[in-house]
Design a protein around this ligand. Structure first.
Ligand SMILES: [Zn+2]
Length: 61
């Protein structure tokens, strides 16, 4: 199953979705708006997606 990392929406038809290749991986978005938001801060959305609520040990500032 593929999800739009920006808004969290499930992408049911990837052939109609907006796609973006970032660091060799393809990401799908429901609209260009979500894609643009992702492009502006891709790390934020990728990290948010990978950590799954386990983001307490990352703040070292
Ligand atoms: Zn979206």
């Amino acid at each position: 199953m593929v999800h739009d990392l920006v808004c969290g929406m499930e992408i049911k038809d990837t052939s109609k979705a907006v796609s973006l290749i970032y660091e060799g991986k393809t990401y799908y978005f429901c609209t260009d708006l979500c894609k643009i938001q992702f492009e502006q801060n891709p790390e934020k959305y990728i990290k948010k997606n990978n950590e799954n609520g386990n983001d307490h040990s990352h703040h070292k500032h």
